[in-house]
Ligand binder design. Structure first.
Ligand SMILES: Nc1ncnc2c1ncn2[C@@H]1O[C@H](COP(=O)(O)OP(=O)(O)OP(=O)(O)O)[C@@H](O)[C@H]1O
Length: 291
């Protein structure tokens, strides 16, 4: 496959003296399930945080190719001014524009959504409300349309509700639609997070340890949901996961990070037999799962 939905080049992220990412280069095939693995502290979540705007990368480039356009993620998040901007008014104007109007919302609008290692739902809202809030971009926000309850406004609301129930069905939570999100089991909350991300209609979804805390039955259900996203909606899935059984089972491609460097990439079979990967994991904590 040569069609890359995501290309990360020379990505660096420093926290004071710590180099969390050290010249990371990786790409993700469109329509694939790609896993990003590595021992604890390898830099996996930092990659996701740079991708989605939670961290501002120290340097490098992240290009997302979706909806017939290429989005330079670091640029739309509002990067720092550079000395060269003084002699390049166009670059300066672009940077000023994104400083004022850029942000994570533009990353989501470009077609990227994510879930979190530590579940972040609106716990005091119902399940369906969590999904409606996620669609605020698609809902008609015209004040007059709302006051006069126009047909356009009602149709947009109906579409949002239909979309919410479609995804609830996919993640098997229709029966929980009116329950408070915070009252559901851990496994249900993880599935709701995926449904909420899917309500924003992404082309690339980044899942941060979706199987953490799940039992084997829930993990199997989750694997089927992830396959469904790829097979029935053409969504590309980028996945951070420590459950190696699941990773080897569902991934088309695996990228291995260690100490902020990509040390291997390839098919599950290639990765399982890669000596650098085995050495990285043998040096990891005992609670890391064997390959
Ligand atoms: N906000 C931060 N401030 C300082 N250091 C950070 C910050 N975020 C991450 N780091 C450091 O960056 C390195 C990579 O962390 P990261 O969370 O990306 O690892 P990870 O591969 O996701 O680990 P895990 O599998 O345990 O979640 C670690 O040394 C971590 O301590």
């Amino acid at each position: 496959m040569n069609d890359k939905i995501l290309t990360i080049s020379h990505l660096m992220m420093r926290f004071g003296g710590i180099r969390a990412l050290n010249d990371v280069n990786l790409d993700v095939d469109r329509g694939s399930i790609t896993a990003l693995i590595g021992p604890n502290g390898a830099g996996k979540t930092t990659v996701f945080n740079c991708l989605t705007g939670f961290y501002q990368a120290s340097s490098g480039s992240i290009l997302l190719k979706t909806r017939q356009q290429t989005t330079d993620i670091i640029s739309v998040l509002g990067e720092k001014f550079k000395a060269a901007d003084c002699i390049n008014p166009q670059a300066l104007a672009k940077r000023v524009f994104y400083k004022m109007f850029g942000g994570t919302h533009l990353v989501n609008r470009a077609g990227l959504a994510r879930t979190f290692q530590n579940i972040r739902l609106f716990r005091e809202m119902s399940v369906v409300e969590n999904l409606l809030v996620a669609q605020h971009r698609q809902i008609n926000r015209n004040l007059l349309a709302g006051v006069f309850n126009t047909s356009g406004y009602r149709q947009a609301e109906e579409r949002a509700l239909e979309r919410a129930f479609y995804w609830l069905e996919v993640v098997d939570l229709v029966d929980c639609a009116n329950r408070l999100a915070g009252e559901m089991s851990y496994g249900q909350q993880r599935r709701l997070e995926i449904a909420r991300a899917m309500c924003t209609d992404p082309q690339l979804i980044c899942l941060d340890e979706p199987a953490a805390g799940l039992n084997p039955v829930e993990t199997r259900t989750l694997s089927n949901i992830i396959r469904f996203l790829r097979d029935h909606h053409g969504v590309t899935v980028l996945l951070i996961e420590h459950d190696m059984g699941m990773v080897m089972d569902i991934s088309d491609h695996i990228i291995v990070l260690d100490h902020g460097d990509v040390i291997a990439r390839g098919s599950p079979h290639t990765i399982q037999n890669d000596e650098r990967v085995i050495a990285a994991y043998l040096g990891a904590n005992e609670d890391e799962v064997a390959l």
